[in-house]
Design a protein around this ligand. Structure first.
Ligand SMILES: *[C@@H]1O[C@H](CO)[C@@H](O)[C@H](O)[C@H]1NC(C)=O
Ligand SMILES: *[C@@H]1O[C@H](CO)[C@@H](O)[C@H](O)[C@H]1NC(C)=O
Ligand SMILES: *[C@@H]1O[C@H](CO)[C@@H](O)[C@H](O)[C@H]1NC(C)=O
Ligand SMILES: *[C@@H]1O[C@H](CO)[C@@H](O)[C@H](O)[C@H]1NC(C)=O
Ligand SMILES: *[C@@H]1O[C@H](CO)[C@@H](O)[C@H](O)[C@H]1NC(C)=O
Ligand SMILES: *[C@@H]1O[C@H](CO)[C@@H](O)[C@H](O)[C@H]1NC(C)=O
Length: 489
């Protein structure tokens, strides 16, 4: 078990308390309300005090878009320690450090909003030192993207400004280490990537961070704390993460600044959503990055992030990419997987004996899963014990159009990419009509979807170190948008 002893509480003086209360009020009223297509609500009257850095950023968001951005404020003097108590210089420094970050974020919001509205890639695109860089840079284009200009600008702003501080507290194996292979692997890969010195998102100090990461592995907690399973009660899991929040929020000022609104954890375990259910107030603003993104179970798309589930075999970073053209895909639809959950039972009941829709609970040894995906036009992705399934990434990798049969599932990156352009959604109650639905898709429409599946492959590919627009960057981008409180529609 990790040691989570609390350090002694830090005394507060009047001035920072007022500041914290104001920040809290502002966050409580503004949090997750921005939408670039809407005007910004006017601040509550308590915000007329001169104190808050957050307020300035809101003002900048509303200011006229033609005025040039203000010059960057001078860098703050190197800080002693924000936790070291009570002298007024420390308070000054704290303000300007926060202000500087919020001003940068306000500029990012403005640039993204401008790109979204003007429908142009902005000047960045043509500002390359060499033609080689231009060739290498990916530029989102076409109907797959809800607003490719906004995504392009936002990704650029993220690379420039998004810096994540990973808390150092907590011991291996519950913290700082997660599974690197198998179906929950994205959890360990992310912890490893964000703690790696190669990550461009790594903040060199918490004072320059735009977000804070809890390097906790829910998979490892379940693995090490719950084995042997005596009961499935989630209280031990909940208490470990709660103790971690208590520890870092008493030791450092960052959690209290925003009530956790710029803090996140990443987990692919089915139980991860339960972490917050015992203390809903504590997690009210916290960003949960989850594979199990079940909206009916409390997943909040405006605040939480849907994380792709991916099966990572040993020695690889993901499934293979067999490159099979549409004319060589002779199977109408394919699925192989365990009889988990209600949706699959219905699927097996209706389609197990069919030749066009090939559904296996266990694939015979002489058949290859990857090869069959490569030979199929559509790959069925029904929910199992939970809404997410590694099949979505597998089918995209295989160039097979995914058929999503899952209710309440918030699909990864759906705030920036339009899943309807490269996948098919079938309601659970329409499973009996599956063949008619798939056969009813014209050849032209199928080819278009299939081509776009190939187009989005880069967003579902894991690289280490991560690369622009790959899966990890897209997940970071989802977190970035929630940190900015901005929706790209
Ligand atoms: C082009 O990029 C350089 C270096 O990245 C930067 O200094 C310059 O301001 C940029 N120019 C424009 C017009 O954005
Ligand atoms: C589950 O097991 C743990 C550890 O054995 C115990 O502390 C806890 O009270 C149990 N919870 C329930 C609901 O039985
Ligand atoms: C943050 O707030 C909690 C609860 O109000 C308090 O116990 C803790 O000491 C605060 N942390 C800091 C660093 O001031
Ligand atoms: C389809 O597969 C055959 C046999 O493997 C191959 O010769 C042919 O080139 C493929 N067609 C396309 C369009 O890829
Ligand atoms: C695989 O084995 C099964 C019997 O277990 C047989 O019916 C089927 O034809 C075989 N398929 C291939 C592709 O060899
Ligand atoms: C999603 O959540 C609802 C509500 O808890 C639950 O009934 C449903 O089974 C969940 N879906 C899956 C696939 O687990």
């Amino acid at each position: 078990m990790a040691k989570l002893a609390c350090s002694s509480p830090v005394p507060l003086i009047i001035y920072p308390s007022v500041f914290l209360i104001l920040v809290f009020l502002l966050f409580a009223s503004f949090n997750h309300q921005f939408d670039i297509s809407h005007t910004v609500p006017s601040p509550p009257s308590s915000a007329s005090s001169p104190v808050s850095g957050h307020r300035q950023s809101k003002d900048q968001l509303t200011s006229s878009s033609s005025s040039p951005p203000p010059p960057p404020p001078p860098p703050p003097p190197r800080m002693l320690s924000r936790t070291s108590s009570t002298t007024s210089p420390a308070v000054k420094v704290e303000k300007s450090s926060l202000e500087r970050i919020e001003e940068g974020l306000a500029r990012a919001r403005k640039a993204i909003r401008e790109a979204a509205q003007s429908k142009s890639y902005g000047r960045n695109k043509y500002n390359f030192s060499s033609s080689r860089r231009r060739e290498m840079e990916f530029v989102p284009k076409g109907p797959v993207y809800r607003n490719p200009y906004a995504l392009y600008q936002s990704h650029k702003e993220m690379e420039k400004r998004f810096r994540v501080w990973t808390y150092k507290e907590g011991d291996w194996p519950l913290f700082h280490k997660g599974p690197m292979n198998d179906i929950y692997s994205i959890e360990g890969q992310f912890i490893d990537e964000l703690e790696s010195s190669k990550s461009p998102f790594r903040a060199s100090s918490p004072d320059e961070a735009t977000a804070f990461f809890f390097p906790v592995s829910i998979v490892n907690i379940v693995q090490f704390v719950y084995r042997p399973y005596t009961n499935y009660s989630r209280d031990r899991l909940q208490n470990i993460v709660k103790d971690y929040i208590d520890l870092v929020s008493s030791k450092h000022p960052y959690w209290n600044h925003t009530n956790g609104a710029d803090h996140f954890l990443i987990s692919c375990h089915d139980w991860a959503p339960d972490v917050s259910s015992a203390y809903p107030e504590l997690y009210k603003h916290f960003i949960r990055v989850l594979c199990n993104a079940n909206e009916t179970e409390g997943f909040k798309p405006s605040r939480d992030v849907s994380l792709p589930e991916i099966f990572i075999p040993y020695g690889k970073l993901g499934p293979p990419h067999p490159n099979v053209s549409p004319e060589n895909r002779s199977i109408l639809a394919f699925f192989a997987g365990g009889d988990h959950g209600d949706v699959r039972k219905v699927l097996f009941r209706h389609w197990k004996e069919d030749n066009d829709i090939q559904v296996y609970s266990y694939l015979p040894k002489n058949l290859s899963y990857t090869k069959l995906m490569g030979q199929s036009r559509f790959c069925l992705c029904p929910s199992g014990w939970e809404v997410a399934s590694p099949r979505i990434v597998e089918s995209i990798s295989a160039g097979c159009v995914p058929v999503i049969i899952s209710e309440g599932y918030v699909l990864p990156f759906s705030d920036v990419i339009d899943w309807s352009t490269f996948s098919v959604h079938v309601l659970i109650k329409r499973i009996p009509d599956l063949k008619g639905i798939l056969e009813g898709i014209s050849e032209a429409e199928y080819r278009e979807k299939q081509r776009r599946v190939v187009e989005v492959q880069r967003h579902f590919t894991v690289n280490r170190p991560a690369r622009p627009y790959d899966m990890m960057h897209m997940v970071m981008h989802s977190i970035w948008l929630r940190r900015l409180n901005l929706r790209l529609q």
